[in-house]
Every structure is written in structure tokens, then in C-alpha cells.
Design a protein around this ligand. Structure first.
Ligand code: ADP
Length: 834
């Protein structure tokens, strides 16, 4: 457009026109010919056209210029970076559109404000320093700062500041141009990289890379710095002096290289290898190497990357475990619970292999580990397992194992350890059988003893009754002595039988205690009186001391209390010569009940029976309470006894709720103690609750007509004579049927009836008798049961059966008198007839 030729032509034309228009024009115009004028006019026209063309050209150029300016303005505004013009104080003079959108602030609001307010506080110093340096040095400066948008969010920005020089501007009006680039993405990527490398550094694994050149490992191209864990520096490996496989333990190297070759040939690209490496100072570490191949288009491996993890600790821990499992003497197995519900043997230790054989790995364990359909150790899907006995099939046949099973948490595996309990189970079975047999035998024995003692008591009844009757006849002194001795022997025999009966009852847990009011002192006095003879024979004195504070009447079993005290007195007298046996009783703190808080009963008594006899050696003091225990036989010889007394006494005291014990010094004597709780009677004893030792009215029983029903002939005679001697009129029959026949026609004051009779038993006879339709008033005749069953609670059972009273056999005349007195007094009697 700016053609220099046309410029020059324009200048010539302008000069001509000027000269025409000025002073030369009138003279020349006058002198000019018409021809010359016409030529001039023509030229002017040509020039005018030319000028118009030039003008046109100028307008076009101007419009093009405007377009170019707009394009540049757009470029400025929509450039990928923010552009700011700042004054030297950092105040924004100009900003492009990108700059304003980056900050989220309209340009109008940015202009006139310091750029610094958008810079994060932490980066202020760096920002101002950057500006300062730009101004000082005149060189562009680049720095990275965080900028704050209007909404408060931040982004990383790279600022490049430079001085905007212009000759037109005085130095005072120097401005700065600042280019702002959002580098958030780059910064985030850098941050991610930094984190990744931190993780890599912190990880127990190191990363190593090397190329493969012609099938051989090339020099290490990368190794992470935590190779230092193994004593090496990165440079050690990157220098190229060491081959990437030089760390592998020489013994493992051939295997590792073979594996790498195989994997390369197989086409796989990712796999793991376990081997050992030697650290720089020669230590052995176990590693797992996760290898990654990179292949070229032809499939050849060109690069190898390994992530090498130090697993020494877990390898050693596993070794320890393996040692334990290998040396464990008991079979231990690992079983996998397959989805199908089957259980597959995954591992067995040598002990298991020895008994199950080596061939079972990978097979279902159902056939031999246990032959149950559903796994008995797994109680449900939750994997709860329990220990149990299980029958297993071993190489030697069926065995019984006690298994403890544990499910691995979160994994479908069970670990089972087992102990062969076959012998134990067999022994247990044998023992159980033996125990059952012995229990049966014991029951039979107890039954036998009970029957025997009953059977023996019946003839004893006869013997003692007859002896009793015989003593009442005319006898020579010699005969009298013989009969007395016979009676004593019979009495001893009866005591032994009673002991055996008690023993069998205790054994069978059938010992029961009575609960009735009794006078403590009278009971003890009566008990002592029985031993007067024995005491005299041994030259001993027998003393009773009852503490003032002991209540007169208590509730309990006076018979059993007397039995215990009597036993202890008898022992004391037996093992003492010319000494003293002293019985004392005093109140003590009541014993606690079973709950340990409330006393078992309001009154606690402590009894003691002390002698100054031979004493008991300390090591024997426990044993004497065992059944059938007698100490030194030579000492006991002549003392008699069965070795049952103390054990029965102990059981009785314990049944009462107390305790029996001994203190003894050999050569000085023994003191037996026992305590027991008793209740106090609520009110004065009533009829029927007569204290056991209340005097009986034997002598005052009025003569009665008595029907005696007794099948044993001798017992019949004994009872008849004893009763007749007391003035009663006795009619004896030997069966229930005979009794009923007689009772239908003949009135009696009272019937004494044996309970155990062949044919109609006592209770059966009684039941028939009580029918008023058949017997009228006779149905009400009082009936006293006679039985050799001396069991406790028998009286209650007899009364329940409808008997009016009960007298045990062998008949004690005191008891019979007492019963008859009660009948005569109307207690239990139903009628006053005849
Ligand atoms: P036994 O009926 O044979 O007397 P016990 O069970 O009553 O049986 O007593 C067991 C043993 O305890 C006695 O044989 C005796 O050796 C010993 N023994 C019991 N009481 C005394 C005592 N007071 N002094 C010395 N030894 C005693």
C-alpha cells in the first residue's frame, strides 16, 4: 500500500497544485494557451481520480487496521493466561478478561485495586519480593503463589512479571506486565507424585527397573531409595556396576533366573517370586518380588520391574509355626470348607500324616476325619465351632479322637487338633459299666442288709423276749447269770444289727430324722444311765455337765442324738481304764444355714465327750471317721465294735446340720466334739408330742382285753406273756383273716397287729376292719402296729396307713406300755368299748 513511487507522484502533484494555486497562477494563466490549459485540466482530473482512488485505498486500510486491533483485543482478552498491567505499587491498571474470570471478579472492580489482596497470606512475602526483584533487576521474574477467588476458593498460579518499557513514557510512569497461569493441575500432579514417592520410600518394598537387552538383564534404570533397607545406596545400583540380579542369594539365583525365563516364555506379565537376598553386609533376608514384564510388539520382554517386599519376619514366624506343627505329637489338620459343603484336607502335620496316611491332601475329609454327614464341629454358618469326641478312620482302623476345632476368622478354614482318647473312652466305658454294676450290687447289698436285719430282728425278738420271760421264772443263781449273759449278748447283737441297718440307710441316703420336742437333759441322762454298767466294769466314772443356758425343751431327734452321744460315750469307756468320761453340752452361736446368713435354727448346742484314755495318733484322727475303720487291732481287741460307730455318728450329726470332730493326744485322752442346731418349741408340748423321755405310765396302764395278731409263734408267745404279766387279757391269732373273724364277733379294747404277715398283711387287715358296715363299732377298735422295721418315719407311715400307734420290734416293754397308755387315755383310740 505504501508504495514509494506513488508517494513520490503524490508529492509532485501536490507541489504543482500548490504552485498553480499561489502567486504564479494569474500571470501564467494569462500567458497560457488554451491548449496548455486543457492539458493542465486534464492532468488535474487524472490526479483527482488518482486521489480518490488513493482515498478509497486509505479507508480500506484503516478498516483493516481496526479489525486487526479488535482481533488483538480479543486475543488479549481470551488468551489462555491472565494478563494484568500493574503500577509499581502493584495496583491493577488493566486486566484481560481471562484474568478477571480466573479471579471471578469483574474487570471494573479489579481496576484500581492492589493485586496483592488476591494473594494468599502465606505467599504475600514471596509475591512482594518478586515484584521488588522485577523492578530492581529489570528482569522478568516467575513465582508460584496461591490466589484467592472472590468466592474464597484458591488455586495455584504461576506469576510472570516484567517491566513494560516504552520510550514514550517517563520512568516515573513505569508499569509492570504480569502474566498469570493457573497451574493447579500441575501442582496437584506434583503433589500426587510427591505422595507416591513418599509412600514408596516409606514402604518396606523397594522398586527396581531394568531393561532386557538381547535376553539379558541390562543395567538398573531405576531403583527407589529404600533399597537402603538392604544396606545399598541408589548409586550402588544405578552406577551400572552391579547387575540387577546381584542381590539375589547365590543359592536362589539359578531358581530365580529359571523362573524368569519360564515366565517370559509363558507370555505372562505379572507374577510373584519368593527368594532370599543378601544385604550389603551379608545378612540374609526373605523377600517376595512382584515382577512386571513389559514386552515389545513382537512379544519379547524388554523391561522388567520388580516390587521387592521384605517378608523375613513372617517367613521366620511361619518357620516357627512349622517347627511346632512338625514336632507336635498330636495330629493337627487344616480343612477347607468348600462351597459345595464338602470339607477338603488342605494340610496335615507329620503326626496326622502318620496316622491318616500321606495320600489324603486335597481330598474330602468326610470318609476318615469323621464320618458324619454334616460337620459336627461347625455348629452353624456363623462358624462357631465346638470341641467334641469324634470317631475317625486311621490307618490302624477306627479310633476315637477328642477334637478341638477353630474356624479361622473370615476364612473358610478350620484348624483341628486331636488327641486319641480311644483307650480313655474304653476305660471310661468299662468304668461306667463297673460303676453301674457296683451300684446295682450296692443296692442289692443295702436291700440284703435291710432284709437280713429285719429277718434277724424277728428271731432276736423271740430270743430276747424268752430270756426276759426266763429271768422272771425260778432260777438258780448260776442259771440266772447264764441267762443274763445271754441277754447281754443278744443286746450286743441287736446293736450291731442296728448299726448295719443304719449304715445301709446312710449308704442309700434314706436316713431320716424325727422332729419332735424333747427334754435335752433327760435324754442325755437316760443315755448315760445305759452305760453305768460298762463304766463300772472298766473302773471309769461317767459325768454329765449341762450348761444352765441350755433350753429345757428343744425340737429335734432325741433318739439319734442319744445314739451319737451313746456311741462317743461307749468309745470313751472302751478306750479308757480307770479314768473319767465327761459329757458336756453348752449353747454356742447358732450354725449358719445353707445360704450362709440366716442361722439354720435359733439354738446351737456344742456337745463334747472327753476321756483320759489311750488317745488317737494325729495321723489317724481323720481315718477313724471312715466306715469299718478300727485302729490298732491289738488295742481294739476286746473293745469290740464294728468300726461303724463314728462314721454313722458323723453322718447323723451332718444330717442334723452340724459337724463332728476330734482333738486327741496319744496317752492323754480324746475329746470328741459335735455341734448341731435345734428349734425351740412354739408352745408347751401337747399330747402326742410328749417329750421322748417323759415318764411312761407303764405301771398305771389299766388291764385291757387285747387281740394279738402275730404270725411268728415265738414272738406271739413272748408278747402274750409280757402283756399277761402286766395284767392284760390277751387273745392271740396268727393271721389277718383269723383276726377279722374274731373281731366280727368279739369286742377288744385294742389290737396289736404285726405289719408283715403272710396272707393278709397288717395294713390290709386294718383296711378291712375299718369298714363299719361289716364290723359296726368294732371298726373303730384302736390298732397298734408291731413291726421289725425300725426305719425312721415309719411311725408316721403307720399312722398314715390308719394305725393308731406303732411299736417297733423287738418289743421294748416301756414303749409298749407308753402306747397302751395312750390308747387307754383315748389318744388314738376311737371308742371306749367294751
Ligand atoms: P468301733 O465300733 O469299732 O468303735 P468306731 O467307728 O466307733 O468303731 O471307732 C473307730 C475307731 O476309732 C476305734 O476302733 C478306735 O480305734 C478309734 N477310737 C474311737 N474312739 C476312740 C477313743 N475315745 N479313744 C481312742 N480311740 C478311739
Amino acid at each position: 500500500m505504501h508504495d514509494p513511487d506513488s508517494d513520490e507522484m503524490l508529492a509532485t502533484l501536490r507541489r504543482k497544485a500548490e504552485s498553480l494555486a499561489t502567486d504564479a497562477l494569474p500571470a501564467e494563466a494569462a500567458a497560457m494557451s488554451a491548449e496548455a490549459l486543457a492539458r493542465l485540466v486534464h492532468e488535474l482530473r487524472v490526479n483527482q481520480i488518482e486521489l480518490e482512488l488513493q482515498n478509497e485505498e486509505l479507508r480500506r486500510t484503516q478498516s483493516e487496521l481496526a479489525q486487526t486491533r479488535d482481533r488483538y483485543a480479543n486475543l488479549y482478552d481470551f488468551a489462555p493466561a491472565g494478563y494484568f498491567t500493574l503500577d509499581t505499587r502493584g495496583v491493577i491498571l488493566e486486566a484481560n478478561l481471562k484474568g478477571s474470570t480466573m479471579l471471578g471478579i469483574p474487570r471494573t472492580e479489579l481496576i484500581g485495586k492492589p493485586f496483592g489482596v488476591r494473594v494468599a497470606r502465606l505467599d504475600q512475602t514471596a509475591f512482594h519480593a518478586g515484584i521488588g526483584r522485577t523492578l530492581d533487576t529489570g528482569l522478568p521474574q516467575t513465582l508460584e503463589v496461591r490466589l484467592t477467588r472472590r468466592d474464597g476458593s484458591r488455586f495455584y498460579a504461576e506469576l510472570t512479571t516484567e517491566i513494560c518499557t516504552s520510550q514514550d513514557l517517563p520512568p516515573a510512569q513505569t508499569t509492570l506486565r504480569m502474566m498469570v497461569a493457573d497451574v493447579s493441575l500441575r501442582c496437584e500432579a506434583n503433589e500426587t507424585m510427591r505422595q507416591a514417592s513418599l509412600i514408596l520410600e516409606a514402604s518396606p518394598a523397594y522398586l527396581i527397573r531394568y531393561p532386557v537387552i538381547d535376553g539379558d538383564p541390562g543395567p538398573v534404570s531405576f531403583v527407589s531409595s529404600n533399597i537402603a533397607r538392604f544396606g545399598f545406596s541408589r548409586e550402588d545400583l544405578l552406577s551400572g556396576e552391579r547387575s540387577p540380579r546381584s542381590l539375589v542369594h547365590p543359592e536362589d539365583l539359578p531358581r530365580v533366573e529359571a523362573a524368569l525365563r519360564d515366565q517370559a516364555a509363558s507370555g505372562r506379565n505379572a507374577f510373584a517370586l519368593d527368594y532370599r537376598i543378601l544385604t550389603k553386609n551379608g545378612q540374609v533376608r526373605h523377600v517376595t518380588d512382584r515382577v512386571q514384564f513389559t514386552r515389545n510388539a513382537a512379544g519379547a520382554v524388554i523391561d522388567v520391574q520388580g516390587l521387592v517386599l521384605d517378608v523375613t519376619e513372617s517367613v521366620l514366624a511361619r518357620r516357627d509355626l512349622e517347627t511346632v506343627l512338625d514336632s507336635a505329637p498330636i495330629p493337627i489338620v487344616k480343612v477347607r470348607l468348600a462351597e459345595s459343603g464338602d470339607r477338603i484336607l488342605e494340610y496335615q502335620n507329620p503326626a496326622a500324616e502318620r496316622i491318616f496316611g500321606p495320600m489324603n491332601l486335597g481330598k474330602s475329609c468326610k470318609a476318615y476325619l469323621c464320618n458324619k454327614e454334616t460337620c459336627p464341629v461347625l455348629t452353624d454358618a456363623s462358624g462357631l465351632v465346638r470341641d467334641r469326641e469324634c470317631s475317625v478312620t486311621t490307618l490302624d482302623g477306627e479310633r476315637i479322637m477328642y477334637k478341638t476345632a477353630r474356624k479361622l476368622p473370615g476364612a473358610p478354614y478350620i484348624i483341628e487338633a486331636m488327641i486319641d482318647v480311644t483307650e480313655l473312652m474304653r476305660t471310661r466305658e468299662r468304668l461306667t459299666k463297673a460303676m453301674e454294676a457296683s451300684q446295682t450290687a450296692n443296692r442289692a447289698k443295702s436291700q440284703f442288709l435291710a432284709t437280713m436285719s429285719h429277718e434277724i430282728r424277728t428271731p432276736m425278738n423271740g430270743i430276747m423276749g424268752m430270756l426276759e420271760l426266763a429271768t422272771a421264772t425260778e432260777l438258780t443263781p448260776e442259771q440266772h447269770e447264764y441267762i443274763d449273759l445271754a441277754r447281754q449278748s443278744a443286746q450286743n447283737l441287736l446293736e450291731i444289727i442296728n448299726d448295719i441297718l443304719d449304715f445301709s440307710r446312710v449308704e442309700a441316703g434314706r436316713m431320716e430324722l424325727a422332729r419332735r420336742p424333747f427334754a435335752v437333759r433327760a435324754t442325755l441322762e437316760g443315755c448315760l444311765r445305759l452305760f453305768d454298767g460298762l463304766a463300772a466294769r472298766h473302773g471309769n466314772s461317767l459325768v454329765l455337765a449341762v450348761d444352765q443356758a441350755v433350753p429345757k425343751i428343744l425340737i429335734g431327734d432325741p433318739g439319734r442324738l442319744a445314739q451319737v452321744v451313746g456311741n462317743l460315750i461307749s468309745n470313751g469307756l472302751k478306750f479308757t481304764k480307770k479314768g473319767t468320761v465327761r459329757v458336756t453340752v453348752a449353747p454356742v452361736m447358732p450354725l449358719p444355714g445353707t445360704d450362709g446368713r440366716q442361722p439354720a435354727a435359733p439354738v446351737g448346742l456344742l456337745f463334747s465327750v472327753a476321756d483320759d484314755g489311750i488317745g488317737i495318733p494325729p495321723d489317724k484322727q481323720e481315718r477313724i471317721f471312715d466306715y469299718f475303720t478300727q485302729l490298732d487291732a491289738s488295742l481294739n481287741r476286746g473293745a469290740g465294735g464294728t468300726g461303724l460307730g463314728l462314721s454313722i455318728s458323723k453322718s447323723l450329726v451332718e444330717l442334723m446340720g452340724g459337724r463332728l470332730w476330734v482333738q486327741s493326744t496319744p496317752g492323754q485322752g480324746s475329746t470328741f466334739f459335735f455341734n448341731a442346731p435345734f428349734d425351740l418349741p412354739e408352745k408347751a408340748p401337747q399330747h402326742g408330742q410328749t417329750p421322748a423321755t417323759a415318764p411312761t405310765a407303764g405301771a398305771t396302764v389299766p388291764p385291757m382285753s387285747i387281740l394279738l395278731v402275730e404270725d411268728n409263734f415265738i414272738n406271739q408267745i413272748v408278747a402274750k406273756r409280757l402283756l399277761e404279766r402286766r395284767g392284760h387279757v390277751v387273745t392271740a391269732v396268727d393271721s389277718g383273716a383269723a383276726a377279722l373273724e374274731l373281731l366280727a364277733t368279739t369286742p377288744f379294747h385294742c389290737v396289736l397287729m404285726d405289719v408283715e404277715m403272710p396272707g393278709l398283711s397288717g395294713p390290709e387287715t386294718l383296711a378291712q376292719l375299718r369298714d363299719p358296715a361289716r364290723f359296726g363299732e368294732a371298726a373303730q377298735t384302736p390298732v397298734v402296729a408291731l413291726t421289725a422295721h425300725a426305719l425312721k418315719g415309719y411311725r408316721e407311715r403307720m399312722v398314715e396307713a390308719g394305725f393308731d400307734d406303732y411299736v417297733p420290734k423287738p418289743i421294748d416293754m416301756h414303749e409298749l406300755d407308753a402306747a397302751l397308755t395312750r390308747i387307754a387315755n383315748g389318744a388314738g383310740s376311737r371308742t371306749d368299748r367294751p
